[in-house]
Design a protein around this ligand. Structure first.
Ligand SMILES: Nc1nc2c(c(=O)[nH]1)N[C@H]1C(S)=C(S)[C@@H](COP(=O)(O)OP(=O)(O)OC[C@H]3O[C@@H](n4cnc5c(=O)[nH]c(N)nc54)[C@H](O)[C@@H]3O)O[C@H]1N2
Ligand SMILES: Nc1nc2c(c(=O)[nH]1)N[C@H]1C(S)=C(S)[C@@H](COP(=O)(O)OP(=O)(O)OC[C@H]3O[C@@H](n4cnc5c(=O)[nH]c(N)nc54)[C@H](O)[C@@H]3O)O[C@H]1N2
Ligand SMILES: [Mo]
Length: 823
């Protein structure tokens, strides 16, 4: 199979390459951010908006999930946070006239950059079957169409509900309730493509799928290993935290195939040190590792620690190991058997270098390992993270100050969405609490993750797709397969702030529901006719929960919030005015938390019994039968989010007194067993050492391993501009960064335009090819045999079935690719 990339709106022949940076941020970054802000929203709105980013009583930056320090600067944002804000707070609008002027065919010919630049969506729109253009539709009619399509499904599992990680806790909680009320757990989310490997690995070994450190721990660590992460671009505020750690005496080790600017030096624009004195040197040690070599590196560190322990003693925390861990002896034996030659081959790093890093670990009183996509998006990502945990356990680096695991999350509320139940594999405890709170029985069978959802859509096992934010078509792997899968749907629904490709590659019918973003003021009018301003809450990468309140006038007066959209669909499906069902009796009427007593014994709660009890005929629709739907006062929830927070407090552990604890800009930290009490909810009841067979990508003759990553001018599929300033790329995105010696050895030239062809061997031994056309070769200091190119343009190359073991995450950081001359 050969597939092409979508056309681009950028003239790639004009790409310029010059001036790769060794320093991140500094004054130029601030100026660049302001330039973009002024362009999108003018000076007054820019100043008003940027002053409120991440302030107590302001709004949470929609950029990344890095936490705010307790002591905040007046401008607690970064260049890329400012771009994320400008992108949302823009004054540009996509109104019905825009859709009348542009056909779907025309829009499809544009790339995500052009689509995003058109501005904020203002009106609900529908694409009728066979139509060439979207047309406006009223909110009521649009929501009615959606509810009807969902109700008409033969089986609720024919619906797929995606979530991107900007969705607030309140919206996420209500959304998963809608989905489970309908009768399915098909809740794929962006996390499936992101930190799922972290969640899988940490849940198994530590008993919690989240990090175990606080921002203070980062400030006070003695050693920080930052692996597979580019904070200068993707988490710029993390650089301030690393700088503080350095000032407190920390050592930093950067592990990356690329010499990323922010990892090497940082000029903090908020300190004289940064502005005048040339900034802080960040990494004391830069380990230029081969793609996918990290498991080997951490095995090497573990092996070294155990060797020195055996020889001299004094390395391990024996008390911790004895009291709090299991599996140590097996791990020790496995590391004794590991071969240095193989570890060197896998990492491309000399034994001496690895031992030097291991010595830093050995002599560090407290160590934190931070990571992001460079570790999670590999076939052996979960095994890699197991080996990270092994190293930390050796010295008891979990559950004490300045030490622990720090998966650095992407989207600003991706972690909160999981806490709220956006998960295709919910725990029984969560579902039981949900049942109890809303008087229904949630489905127990696990749902589809992102890749499984695409397969189901491709194979005709799903008919309706709905997305709460995000850009499913562009963000997911195997673009051609995914596009065909979505076109296979009866109906696709996108709840979005901005136009993107997922609005133009659609099912037979499509609906766009525009919604409020983080920066927008959210006023809801209650039954009493009074409009009240609402706040939402989010959870950052370090399990801190706080409120966020937008202050800008929204792009249109009758935009519904995500919460309002979901609450209204719930009302149409489960409430007093449910579509196509009998009117609900007075006793069923919402208003109380538990209006209906189900009084079902556990044994009776199988789906079959449920159906029989409800008297559902086999050929009847299973969805939303009034006998088993969640009970709540949907209209009230829509206009008063404090009521949603009450429900959350009743269902999700750690949210007691929720409202009070986020009042007046307060932040609270969710309970974390490993961090708080060295308590580990694992299979053995202890933190688990694990034995993981060494894996790493092999590079076939004449090929390279390609990683797909972010430029400095994008937020995932939202493209802010065509530059990647820190890497010295200007005016284009279709570039492939290749080691200069490989360029020559493979028979290509600097600046040559080539096709990238990925090669994937299916389980049955067949070789499939996928093609992305016209990429400019840029010689770059990446290890031999490794290359890098931007996502989403390269998603056409990522095979749907190439996923990480256990977590199912697409292997976006290791794709076997060959280059082809264009004749
Ligand atoms: N401005 C901005 N901020 C963002 C985003 C954005 O697009 N733009 N996206 C947000 C989201 S959703 C996420 S998940 C995060 C992503 O944050 P990152 O994970 O930093 O994002 P990537 O660009 O994918 O960068 C991967 C980094 O890992 C390195 N790497 C790749 N493969 C390997 C490997 O095998 N081993 C090692 N050691 N390193 C490797 C790459 O060279 C690169 O430096 O950022 C969030 N913040
Ligand atoms: N090849 C490759 N693929 C990858 C990755 C990679 O590194 N390489 N990274 C993966 C990762 S880490 C992630 S997280 C995913 C990202 O996948 P997604 O989260 O699906 O993608 P985004 O580009 O962040 O989504 C942007 C869209 O979200 C909408 N939006 C923005 N803010 C809001 C809001 O407040 N509410 C609503 N309703 N909509 C909003 C806008 O319409 C915007 O166009 O991509 C993954 N895909
Ligand atoms: Mo992400």
């Amino acid at each position: 199979m050969a597939t092409k990339a979508p056309k681009t709106d950028i003239d790639e022949s004009k790409v310029a390459v010059s001036g790769r940076k060794k320093v991140a941020v500094g004054v130029p970054a601030v100026l660049h951010a302001l330039e973009i802000s002024y362009e999108q929203m003018g000076v007054k709105r820019s100043v008003e908006t940027l002053m409120r980013v991440n302030q107590k009583n302001g709004f949470d930056c929609p950029g990344c999930a890095w936490p705010e320090a307790d002591h905040r600067h007046i401008a607690e944002f970064c260049e890329n946070g400012a771009k994320a804000v400008a992108e949302e707070a823009t004054l540009r609008r996509v109104e019905p006239a825009f859709f009348a002027a542009h056909s779907i065919a025309e829009l499809e010919a544009h790339d995500d950059w052009w689509l995003g630049q058109q501005g904020r969506l203002t009106d609900p729109m529908i694409l009728d079957e066979g139509a060439t253009h979207y047309r406006p539709i009223s909110w009521d009619d649009a929501l009615h169409e959606i509810a009807t399509a969902l109700r008409d499904l033969d089986d609720p599992d024919e619906a797929v509900f995606y979530t991107s990680g900007r969705t607030s806790n309140e919206a996420a909680f209500l959304y998963q309730l809608l989905v489970r009320g309908l009768g399915t757990n098909n809740l794929p989310d962006c996390s499936n493509m992101c930190h799922e490997s972290s969640g899988s690995a940490l849940t198994e070994t530590l008993g919690i799928g989240k990090g175990t450190v606080s921002i203070d721990d980062v400030h006070n660590a003695d050693l920080l290993i930052v692996a597979g992460q580019n904070p200068g671009t993707n988490h710029p505020r993390m650089l301030s935290a690393l700088e503080k750690a350095k000032q407190n005496g920390a050592t930093i080790v950067a592990v990356n195939p690329l010499p990323e600017a922010g990892l090497l030096r940082f000029e903090n624009p908020q300190t004289p040190q940064g502005v005048i004195l040339g900034g802080t040197k960040m990494a004391d040690e830069f380990v230029q590792i081969r793609l996918g070599g990290d498991q080997a590196l951490f095995q090497a560190i573990g092996k070294h620690l155990l060797e020195v322990e055996e020889r001299d003693g004094g390395v391990l925390d024996h008390d911790f190991i004895a009291a709090h861990t299991s599996g140590f002896d097996d791990y020790r034996r496995a590391m004794a058997d590991a071969s240095w030659a193989e570890l060197v081959e896998a990492t491309g790093v000399a034994e001496g270098t690895m031992r030097r890093v291991a010595e830093l670990v050995r002599t560090s009183p407290s160590t934190i390992v931070c990571w992001a996509m460079g570790l999670t998006q590999h076939k052996h990502a979960v095994a890699t993270l197991h080996d990270v945990v092994n190293v930390l356990l050796l010295q008891g680096n979990i559950g004490r100050p300045g030490a622990g695991v720090c998966p650095v999350r992407g989207h600003s509320n991706v972690q909160g969405d999981r806490t709220m139940g956006i998960y295709e594999k919910p725990s029984e405890a969560f579902l039981a609490a949900l049942d109890e709170e809303f008087g229904f029985t949630a489905p127990r069978e696990h749902g589809f993750d992102t890749v499984q959802a695409i397969r189901a859509m491709r194979d005709g096992r799903a008919r309706v797709f709905m997305a709460m934010g995000g850009n499913f078509v562009s963000a997911t792997p195997d673009t051609a397969v995914t596009e065909a899968a979505l076109r296979n749907m009866d109906l696709t629904v996108q709840v979005s702030t901005k136009l993107n490709r997922s609005h133009v590659v659609t099912g037979r019918r499509a609906i766009i529901l525009p919604t409020l973003g983080r920066t927008d003021r959210d006023r809801r009018t209650g039954r009493d006719g009074v409009a009240r301003e609402q706040k939402i809450t989010v959870e950052d990468s370090m399990s801190a929960v706080h409120a966020s309140r937008g202050r800008l006038a929204p792009p249109s007066d009758d935009l519904l919030s995500e919460v309002a959209i979901i609450a209204r669909i719930c009302r149409l499906l489960f409430g007093e005015d449910a579509v196509g069902t009998r009117p609900v009796e007075a006793s069923d009427r919402p208003g109380a938390t538990h209006p209906v007593e189900h009084d079902l014994g556990q044994a009776e709660r199988s789906p079959a019994n449920e159906r029989a009890r409800a008297g559902i005929e086999d050929d009847d629709a299973r969805v939303q039968h009034p006998a088993n739907v969640p009970q709540a006062d949907w209209a009230a929830l829509e206009t008063d989010y404090t009521l949603i927070r009450k429900h959350i407090a009743n269902v999700v552990p750690g949210f007691d007194d929720f409202e009070k604890r986020v009042d007046k800009g307060r932040t609270f930290i969710l309970p974390n067993g490993p961090r708080d009490a060295r308590s580990f909810a694992t299979a053995t009841g202890k933190a688990m050492f694990t034995v993981n067979e060494l894996e790493f990508p092999r590079i076939p003759e004449g090929r390279v391993i390609l990683q797909t990553l972010r430029s400095h001018d994008q937020y995932n599929t939202t493209i802010y501009g065509k530059d990647d300033r820190y890497r010295g790329i200007h005016g284009g995105r279709r570039v492939v960064l290749v080691n200069a010696e490989d360029v020559a050895a493979l028979g290509f030239a600097d600046g040559e335009i080539v096709d990238l062809v990925s090669e994937w061997t299916t389980p049955s031994g067949e070789v499939e090819e996928r093609r992305a056309e016209e990429f400019r070769i840029v010689p770059y200091p990446t290890p031999r045999g490794n290359a890098a190119a931007y996502y989403p343009e390269t998603n056409v190359l990522v095979p749907l079935d190439s996923t990480a073991d256990v977590s199912g995450t697409p292997t976006s950081k290791s794709i076997v690719v060959r280059f082809e001359h264009r004749s």
